[in-house]
Write a protein that binds this ligand. Structure first.
Ligand code: 5RP
Length: 262
């Protein structure tokens, strides 16, 4: 089945597989949400089973929680874990400073809480998500359902004084109903085109009544592991001040074992 994966999915697999090696016995680990994070969860499940890896994991969505249970990972709530050693999660876009846009999968609120409650955050991604300037991917903003149209109007208004290119917002839908997050909220996707100052935008958006959180992750991620379709991955560490880079090769054949277990 690994041979049937698209190049992007092979890259996501390689990234997740490389990042899973940073998880050590006894760690408390935050598990992200999305297709790349799902590879990570499966790989960690295999390590639990095959190597006897002992971890306590905090999932960032009901989807991830279900998958983690299915592969035999011991999950607890963030309140039970209190603080985490490491969170590994995907992203929709990342730039050279490792500022991220997240929330394409609708789990940005739990993802941001879990990542900021961790000593370290590793982003797992493919190279296509690296951008010079953030904003081509619509920025998700989680709003409470009460008065969401007023919140949307206020969001669009504050955008007029921000360094962005576009200001259109749309309510995320699930068929003909609004998409509802795990916390029962809605998501506005902002088509900004270009984000000139992510830190300022994030702060301003979170001031709008009804906005719960936005998908900009500023100064949260420490490392990025970029996967490639040939099974190689590149690790960049931002904590050293300069982006140090190391590369590694993942055995794509290993994926066959994971697939055969699904
Ligand atoms: C979910 C997220 C995901 O990490 C992001 O959307 C990337 O997803 P994928 O790994 O499927 O490309 O932020 O809220």
């Amino acid at each position: 089945m690994i041979d049937q994966l698209s190049p992007i999915d092979r890259a996501k697999y390689a990234s997740a597989h490389c990042a899973a090696d940073f998880v050590e016995d006894g760690m408390r680990v935050g598990l992200g949400t999305g297709s790349t994070a799902a590879w990570l969860v499966r790989r960690l499940g295999a390590r639990v089973r095959d190597e006897g890896l002992r971890i306590i994991a905090v999932p960032t969505s009901t989807r991830t929680a279900q998958l983690a249970r299915d592969v035999g990972i011991n999950i607890v709530s963030l309140d039970e874990a209190r603080w985490l050693d490491l969170t590994i999660d995907g992203a929709d876009e990342f730039d050279a400073e490792l500022t991220l846009i997240k929330g394409g999968g609708g789990a940005l609120l739990q993802e941001k809480i879990v990542a900021t409650a961790s000593d370290q955050m590793i982003v797992i991604t493919d190279a296509a998500k690296e951008v010079k300037t953030l904003g081509a991917f619509p920025l998700p903003v989680e709003v409470i359902p009460f008065g969401w149209q007023a919140s949307r109007a206020l969001v669009e208004e504050v955008l007029t004084s921000m360094d962005v290119m576009g200001r259109q917002s749309s309510l995320r839908m699930n068929g003909d109903q609004p998409f509802v997050t795990d916390e029962g909220n809605y998501i506005l996707d902002l088509a900004l085109g270009r984000i000139g100052n992510a830190r300022q935008l994030s702060l301003v958006l979170n001031q709008v009544p009804g906005v719960v959180e936005n998908g900009l992750f500023v100064d949260i991620a420490d490392q990025v592991v970029i996967g490639f379709s040939d099974g190689s991955c590149e690790m960049r560490d931002m904590t050293t001040g300069t982006a140090e880079s190391t590369t590694k090769q993942v055995d794509l054949n290993y994926a066959r074992n994971i697939f055969s277990d699904l």
